[in-house]
Write a protein that binds this ligand. Structure first.
Ligand code: DGL
Length: 282
């Protein structure tokens, strides 16, 4: 409980995703902001979000935000493209005083840099169906061909820790091969789980295709906004990172050792009547 008490006192940045995907963003935020408390929530009880209705993901995102605010978050990073697509607008309307940073597929840099005029995007079905994605395409994808794939099953394989096995390779080959045939020269990672398989993606597409991971840009934006809201704050002498899951915290603790090379503690929260309750007995 010590870590949580500290958040109440000094504030923190709250970050969430459906599972371990957002840890790829959390690592970048920790690099950019070494002296800030971070609270991460991974909704592993409900992962994957991608095949769900946007309205259901909206409900989860609202409750998770409420939970992270109750733990002392001063801003929220929606480190999930699917949750951003489903909920970012409503979150900003509901918590109008609270700064939010969300994710959207990095179509803009891909379109700016493409020479072949063909760009591939990997994201979840919910992200592709969203108004947010439609507006990104409308604003930035003029004069280029966009090829999309939902990589069915990939998020689940990544949650299992399968970053380069047979099944993962098969899913990615199926997605990428038709795109390569269309002469793409950029591929946008539109899901925060996919940076875990970036080495495999790079291997499959070869050196001439640029793979765009927006996590470092999201961390820069987080730093910019956080420094505006905590102008007078002193740096934390011993900043904490608390990682909370609605799934199996013991399994996650093992995984986090490999993926998040910073001091942290892993805790469990339970969904009770559509709200998150921290398990304080741990
Ligand atoms: N990591 C998420 C995203 O960025 C969600 C993946 C999922 O749960 O389907 O979209």
């Amino acid at each position: 409980m010590n870590a949580i008490n500290q958040f109440y006192k000094n504030g923190a940045i709250g970050v969430f995703d459906s599972g371990i995907g957002g840890l790829s963003v959390l690592s970048e935020i920790r690099k950019a902001l070494p002296d800030v408390n971070l609270i991460y929530f991974g909704d592993q009880d409900h992962v994957p979000y991608g095949p769900r209705e946007l309205s259901q993901v909206l409900g989860f995102s609202m409750a998770i935000t409420e939970f992270l605010l109750s733990l002392g978050s001063k801003m929220i990073v929606v480190a999930c493209n699917t949750a951003s697509a489903a909920a970012l607008k409503e979150l900003r309307e509901t918590y109008s005083e609270m700064p939010f940073v969300g994710m959207e597929p990095a179509i803009k840099p891909a379109v700016e840099q493409t020479l072949s005029g063909a760009v591939g995007v990997l994201a979840t079905p919910a992200t592709f169906q969203s108004k947010l994605y439609a507006s990104v395409i409308e604003r930035f994808a003029t004069g280029v061909e966009i090829y999309q794939d939902t990589c069915p099953g990939l998020v689940q394989e990544i949650e299992k820790g399968n970053f380069n096995g047979k099944v993962t390779t098969k899913i990615l080959n199926k997605a990428l091969y038709p795109m390569l045939e269309k002469n793409i020269d950029s591929i946008v990672l539109g899901c925060t789980h996919y940076p875990y398989v970036i080495s495999l993606i790079k291997f499959l597409v070869g050196p001439d295709v640029r793979v765009i991971n927006p996590a470092p840009a999201v961390a820069r934006q987080t730093k910019k906004i956080f420094s505006q809201i905590i102008r007078s704050g002193n740096p934390e002498l011993s900043p904490t990172t608390t990682i909370i899951t609605s799934g199996d915290e013991k399994k996650l603790r093992k995984k986090v050792r490999d993926f998040f090379p910073y001091e942290n503690s892993v805790m469990k929260a339970n969904w009770i009547e559509n709200q998150l309750v921290l398990n304080v007995t741990q």
